[in-house]
Design a protein around this ligand. Structure first.
Ligand SMILES: *Cc1c(COP(=O)(O)O)cnc(C)c1O
Length: 223
């Protein structure tokens, strides 16, 4: 996978070291996660607060944790001091809760704004046209540092079909960058999963979130 990433990034004059590969560890047990860290994984992603709480103490503390899933406001307090970035800020009430809990811990929190480019009912995230007004409305939140955008593309057999999703998000990212909004630092574009990361990288992703491609098919209880 590293070689594939390198060959895509080489076309932009970049390499694997210019992106963050978040190893998505949902449903993966702590022994396998620690093994992956030994082998070089630096960043891990979970989509459930409960799983972060269950695993946190048992995982090699050098790794950085990313919250990549939908986040209920009442659970912010459990992870606020554990994660390096929340990829799923998508509403004012959540921003207010993050601000409040960050103040309690006297920390600042890096966040990405989740955007639902394809407007799928099944997915969370702001609509494209809601993003700039939302960012404007939270720019004075002293404890929240907006670092970029995140999206989850619809799952399709042929990822070429969702290239437009990544291109749209990249365009929005550049547009926001040009606005030079105080306190808003458009640095990261978190897009691309196992099935579509190559297309996402071609379209400008600098964070990809890979689960199956690293750990194999997830086994859920009952499978
Ligand atoms: C599970 C998950 C991923 C990783 O999915 P794979 O297809 O296994 O690579 C990425 N992002 C989010 C938000 C996820 O929930």
């Amino acid at each position: 996978m590293k070689e594939k990433v390198n060959s895509i990034m080489a076309k932009k004059g970049l390499s694997f070291d210019d992106i963050i590969m978040v190893a998505v560890t949902k449903t993966v047990d702590v022994d396998r996660i620690n093994e992956a860290i030994e082998l070089g994984v630096t960043d891990i992603g979970e989509n459930k607060v409960q799983e972060i709480q269950d695993k946190y103490q048992k995982i090699n503390s050098n790794v950085k944790w990313h919250m990549i899933g939908h986040l209920q406001s009442n659970k912010v307090k459990y992870i606020i001091d554990k994660v390096c970035m929340i990829h799923s800020l998508d509403r004012m009430s959540l921003a207010e809760e993050i601000q409040k809990r960050a103040e309690e811990h006297n920390i600042s929190v890096d966040v990405l704004i989740q955007v639902n480019i394809a407007e799928e009912d099944s997915k969370f995230g702001l609509k494209k046209e809601e993003v700039i007004p939302f960012i404007e409305s939270i720019r004075d939140f002293s404890r929240i540092r907006v670092k970029g955008l995140m999206t989850i593309a619809p799952y399709v057999e042929n990822p070429e079909e969702v290239r437009f999703v990544f291109r749209d998000l990249k365009n929005l990212f550049e547009k926001i960058k040009e606005l030079n909004i105080p306190n808003i630092d458009m640095k990261y574009l978190s897009m691309g999963m196992t099935n579509d990361y190559e297309i996402a990288l071609e379209e400008g992703a600098n964070i990809v979130r890979i689960g199956t491609g690293i750990f194999g098919k997830r086994l859920y209880k009952g499978d």
